[in-house]
Ligand binder design. Structure first.
Ligand code: PLP
Length: 413
């Protein structure tokens, strides 16, 4: 089995969630909108899932809209708030380090006349709450800033941002809590946001299911039309088994957080102390306000994808950054926004630990990462030397030819 250090991309489905789902994939297969007992059984499971998710987040069941994942929940939040607020204004404030499920959604809205303000971040990837406030104008309808970053793990000062946004009536605040939900405590009775996104597959729930919290009284427009499911906010036959699996995984993650987070922090620090100590390696993200289990680096001079592929051969699963852009040769927009030059940003590496990561795995991974980095450096140096030699060759050839030519010329003269 590979050592899996890519939990920010996705996590395995935990057994308890699978067990909770199985009856809804088998005997309780009904459509939750059907009136007969098979449908009512599915409805009961779905209602219970709303209650459990709401309880885990400090919300009420009616405030939870179950979606097909984080991307859909983010789209519903952003487009739903934008279209509902269009009569009042057209300005949307976000940050330059959001996941593409936000970044590409706001860019899409730009085509319809919305004005998008992408706030800069500091070198740790943090947004300044003062800058959020300064960007708010009477035309602002929405602010969307993520709770924790998926590439570098930096936690945003959402409570301070919320406090500023609240000074301006009619401006909604959304936060993408997809990466934060498994590890940070989220209490929506205290955290003053209007909209919040989670995705089940980041906390050992099933893929293809997530939720959007919509605070009571918040007006958003549904983004798909059809049936009356999810209180008219998300049409379509519900994924009852998915919802049940997400609820079970979330309630367990919430109950275990106090134990999981410090353990992951300790393991991440162990890994970081070894990798971060290697020649030229720079740790990225905030030094303290960061996700407990996410370690991120840049290794200037190396190609992050080549290192990740080489680690895969050594049975370590990690990534260069966001799974959604892995495979692309473009440097990460997050690292560029944090001020890394494109060349350095290409050397990005991310190791994201999960609840099931062990001490032994981290010790082994640290050893293999060091060896791989050393090997990659040697390969890069050999390649660079070859290039220098190849570039020098025509000059050498020219130099070898030149005396003869000169000689010919001289004799001709
Ligand atoms: C911060 C963040 N937002 C949104 C998403 C998208 O969620 P999903 O994969 O459930 O669509 C991800 C997934 O990586 C993420 O990390």
């Amino acid at each position: 089995m590979p050592i899996y250090l890519d939990h920010a991309a996705t996590t395995p489905l935990r057994r308890e969630a699978l067990e909770a789902m199985l009856p809804y994939l088998t005997e309780h297969f009904g459509n939750a909108s059907s009136l007969h007992s098979t449908g009512r059984r599915a409805r009961a499971g779905l209602d219970e899932a709303h209650e459990t998710v709401a309880r885990a987040l400090g919300a009420t069941p009616r405030e939870i809209v179950i979606t097909s994942g984080g991307t859909e929940a983010n789209n519903l939040a952003i487009k739903g708030a934008a279209w509902a607020g269009k009569a009042r204004g057209h300005r949307i404030i976000t940050s330059s380090v959001e996941h593409h499920a936000i970044g590409h959604t706001v860019r899409y809205l730009e085509k319809f006349g919305f004005e998008i303000v992408e706030l800069p971040v500091d070198r740790y990837g943090r947004v300044d709450p003062d800058e959020v406030e300064a960007a708010i104008t009477p035309k602002t309808i929405l602010v969307s800033i993520m709770l924790a970053n998926n590439e570098v793990g930096t936690i945003q000062p959402i409570a301070e941002i919320a406090e500023r946004v609240r000074r301006y009536k009619g401006v909604l605040l959304h936060t993408d809590a997809v990466q934060a939900a498994p590890y940070l405590s989220i209490d929506l009775a205290v955290l003053d946001v209007d909209l919040l996104t989670i995705a089940a597959h980041k906390f050992e729930g099933p893929k293809g299911v997530g939720a959007l919290f919509v605070r009571h009284g918040t007006n958003i427009l549904a983004q798909q039309q059809g049936g009356s499911q999810e209180r008219y906010r998300r049409a379509g036959t519900e994924n009852v088994a998915g919802a049940v699996g997400m609820a079970r995984a979330l309630e367990l993650a919430a109950a275990e957080k106090a134990e999981t987070a410090p353990r992951l922090r300790r393991l991440r620090e162990a890994l970081t102390s070894v990798i971060g100590g290697a020649d030229g390696v720079v740790e990225t993200g905030h030094p303290t306000d960061r996700l407990p289990g996410l370690a991120s680096f840049v290794v200037p001079g190396l190609d992050g994808s080549a290192v990740a592929m080489s680690l895969d051969l050594a049975d370590i699963a990690c990534s260069t950054g966001s799974a959604c852009v892995s495979g692309s040769t473009d440097p990460s927009h997050v690292l560029l926004a944090m001020g890394f030059p494109a060349e350095e940003a290409r050397g990005a590496l991310r190791f994201s630990l999960g609840r099931t990561t062990t001490d032994a795995e981290i010790a082994r991974a640290a050893e293999l990462v060091l060896a791989t980095l050393a090997h990659q450096r040697e390969a890069a140096a050999a390649f660079a030397a070859q290039r220098v030699a190849a570039l020098a060759r025509p000059a050498a050839v020219a130099a070898a030819v030149a005396p003869d030519a000169a000689g010919v010329e001289a004799s001709a003269g």
